[in-house]
Design a protein around this ligand. Structure first.
Ligand code: CP
Length: 291
């Protein structure tokens, strides 16, 4: 039984297959490869993109999706996560897709070996499907990402997107640079900078991140307008540079990225969302049909 807890669950050959399948799914109407299959989504944290993207991906492949809303489930009566999961597995889904604030939750459920578990975002540790869709977006643009330089900018320490991205992008041969004010900078061996101006001339990609206020135990900055003066990706900063601009969403407009840059063709925010559907279709196919 194969799970997806982080991208290191996939071999290089499987990642190459995912990129190829996502490209094919994007280029033509897919056949209903997963007809009669059933997925359960279990999101203990809010989501717009990931949850709907998984549902759209599953439905495009002919599968059914049942969503359990934890805020209205028996977890509210004290049922444990393990018991909730075991009861859902008794209904014989083909996989459970889970988002949780606990870094360990998806892996713990995978260890129960009851059904394939797909991590749709866990704490600040891993968001593998986001990393894979980001890789797909970069491969689509550059062809080969090996040797390209990506700057990850913003609240890196709180970000599971950054954690999974760093592991996947370095594995793919990219150079990863971290740009953040000191409170947002994780411990890391990667090159670290406080100022965007020091890296802007040497990057091929900027991945901007949202300040994850919900993960800060106390406010880190009193004023995000001041933060935005240094870290907002705007037209003045990017000028005419050929830099691909990514953001996993939700974007804090004019703090992470300016309104104007969100309309710029170099900004791939909505393309990432589109590619997320095709990458998740490829992931569902791999886990259910090819493993
Ligand atoms: N990128 C991402 O995980 O977005 P959501 O939180 O809306 O799913």
């Amino acid at each position: 039984m194969q799970h997806l807890i982080d991208t290191n669950d996939f071999s290089d050959a499987q990642i190459a297959q995912l990129l190829q399948d996502a490209k094919i799914f994007k280029s033509k109407r897919p056949i209903q490869l997963l007809r009669d299959r059933l997925f359960i989504t279990l999101f203990f944290e809010a989501s717009t993109r990931t949850r709907s993207s998984f549902e759209v991906a599953a439905k495009k492949l002919g599968a059914a999706v049942v969503h359990l809303d934890p805020s209205r489930s028996s977890t509210k009566k004290g049922e444990s996560l393990e018991d909730t999961f075991a009861n859902l597995c008794a209904m014989e889904p083909d996989a459970v897709i889970i988002r949780h604030s606990d870094n360990e939750a998806p892996g713990m459920l995978a260890d129960m070996e009851m059904t394939p578990v797909i991590n749709a975002g866990a704490g600040n540790y891993a968001h593998p499907t986001q990393a894979l869709l980001d890789l797909f977006t970069m491969v689509e643009h550059f062809g080969d990402v090996k040797g390209k330089t990506i700057a990850i900018v913003g609240d890196i320490i709180s970000s599971r997107v950054a954690s999974s991205g760093i592991r996947l992008f370095t594995r793919m041969g990219m150079h990863v640079i971290l740009v953040a004010p000191q409170p947002f900078m994780p411990k890391s061996d990667l090159p670290q900078y406080e100022h965007l101006a020091d890296v802007i001339e040497k990057v091929d990609v900027i991945m901007s991140l949202r300040a994850q206020l919900e993960r800060h135990s106390a406010p880190i900055f009193d004023n995000y307008n001041e933060y935005s003066r240094h870290y907002c990706i705007d037209r003045e900063r990017l000028d005419e540079k050929e830099i691909l601009l990514l953001h996993p969403g939700p974007v804090m407009r004019n703090i992470d990225i300016s309104d104007e840059m969100l309309e710029d063709p170099r900004c791939k925010v909505l393309e990432q969302v589109k590619n997320g559907v095709y990458m998740r279709m490829a992931i569902l196919k791999l886990l259910l049909l090819d493993s």
